[in-house]
Design a binder for this molecule. Structure first.
Ligand code: CTP
Ligand code: CA
Length: 234
């Protein structure tokens, strides 16, 4: 291959990637959202397509990004819409990568009309839990309702007094039931709203591969190397 050329090791594979941050409406002009830029998910979709995969990118809100060439893009807003799209798109996929930042909670009510201020204090915003899309994909597959070879999660973690970022990642991989989990250390200018990422790729088989600080395309290549290796039985 030419120097710098990507392998075509995902030729004939179908992959689904989610990206961006969901927005959970409060009223027609306001929402509960998060800082996800969508860049990591877009990089994953772009690199997979460059390596020959048939790619569907299910994207929630992102900063202004160009659609990756040769990728089918499905746009969603809320976690519930993301859930519906992911369950529909993932059947028969060789790999499903949940890089989206899904809101864990949404406002219980969202009003049809804009909430107006008045002289009294505002009501508190009551929240309810959103579906866990990755957990539902794992469950649907276990129930035989979904055919998907590899399910991949992402986790942005901060360390604390008694638990490291890596420990949080190990626990999350075990809890989620997916095959691979990308763990990113957040804070100190990492992960959100920046071009670069750093972390580990944890496998359910116990493998723990450090991912060097570098461009999101590097993380994407590291992940597709692992996916391709597992799909090809290496
Ligand atoms: N995820 C999801 N649906 C949700 C929340 C998260 O599919 N409602 C997915 C994310 O896309 C990611 C993985 O689950 O791939 C881990 O997300 P994360 O927010 O780190 O995990 P949670 O289980 O929500 O735990 P917590 O936020 O409490 O750390
Ligand atoms: Ca969460």
């Amino acid at each position: 291959a030419a120097p710098g050329a990507l392998p075509r090791d995902l030729e004939g594979r179908r992959v689904v990637v989610s990206a961006g941050g969901t927005r959970e409406p409060l009223d027609p002009v306001r929402y509960l959202g998060n800082r996800s830029s969508g860049r990591q998910g877009y990089a994953l979709a772009r690199v997979a397509a460059q390596r020959g995969a048939q790619v569907t990118l299910v994207t929630a809100h992102t900063v202004d990004l160009v659609d990756p060439a040769g990728v089918r893009v499905v746009r969603v807003g809320t976690a519930d819409e993301l859930r519906t799209a992911m369950l529909a798109e993932s059947d028969g996929a060789d790999a499903v990568v949940m890089a989206a930042a899904v809101a864990d909670f949404r406002p219980v009510e969202h009003t049809e009309h804009k909430i107006k201020k008045s002289d009294r204090d505002p009501d508190p915003v009551a929240l309810t839990r959103n579906p866990d899309v990755l957990a539902e994909l794992v469950e649907a597959r276990a129930d035989g309702k979904l055919d998907a070879a590899l399910l991949v999660g992402f986790a942005a973690e901060t360390g604390d007094a008694d638990t490291t970022v890596l420990d949080h990642g190990r626990a999350k991989l075990a809890r989620k039931g997916c095959e691979l989990l990308v763990v990113n250390a957040v804070g100190e200018g990492q992960a959100f709203e920046v071009e670069d990422n750093a972390g580990w790729l944890l496998g359910v088989d116990g493998t723990e591969q450090p991912i060097p600080y570098g461009a999101k395309a590097v993380l994407a290549s590291t992940l597709w190397d692992a996916v391709s290796g597992q799909l090809n039985g290496k």
